[in-house]
Design a protein around this ligand. Structure first.
Ligand code: HEC
Length: 152
């Protein structure tokens, strides 16, 4: 029953992704039971994304710009290339990267809460769905969530 529901959610995100998502989230234990994509299953709240926009404007926009478009220096945090790159990766990897590398030159200087908020904002901006459950600030809790590709 549980598995069936997950398959439905994943199918919703597209058949092609199913293989990648399940394969990646397998974690080597062979079960694949924890696979979940942020594209098909809301993993943050709208309030979190709103708070994240403020964090983004203060701490990220100077380099990544207002539409998250980036430039030759700082990578884009929105758009097809960004989503394709992260689609098969986990939110744990993303949060870890942001926290240990960003803001460039001052990594780790935001609160855990602010890092989760800014990640929620980037997801929201890229068309990932918001829902009832807040995105955890604990990277370990995000290890089973793969980005997937949102339907546009
Ligand atoms: C001082 C400029 C600067 C600031 C401020 C900054 N970044 Fe970056 N960011 C960069 C640069 C430059 C890169 C590319 C790094 C590389 O290629 O090694 C980057 C890369 C990234 C990436 C990787 C993108 C990808 O798909 O490869 C993410 C995610 C990111 N930044 C998020 C953030 C967030 C979130 C903030 C605010 C908390 C932030 N950055 C603030 C300069 C900045």
């Amino acid at each position: 029953m549980k598995l069936q529901k997950k398959f439905k959610l994943t199918l919703f995100a597209g058949l092609g992704l199913m293989m990648g998502a399940l394969g990646f989230a397998d974690g080597g234990d062979g079960s694949g039971d924890d696979a979940l994509t942020a594209a098909a299953h809301p993993v943050f709240t709208a309030e979190q994304a709103e708070a994240g926009e403020v964090v983004y404007q203060q701490s990220c926009a100077a380099c990544h710009f207002g539409q998250l478009q980036g430039d030759d220096f700082a990578a884009a945090l929105a758009g097809g290339n960004f989503r394709n790159y992260w689609s098969s990766r986990t939110l744990e990897q993303f949060l870890d990267y942001v926290r240990t590398q960003m803001p460039l030159g001052q990594p780790g200087t935001l609160s855990d809460e602010a890092y989760a908020q800014v990640v929620a904002y980037i997801l929201d901006f890229n068309g990932y769905p918001a829902g009832e459950v807040e995105l955890s600030a604990d990277p370990a809790e995000l290890s089973h969530i793969v980005f997937g590709l949102p339907t546009e």
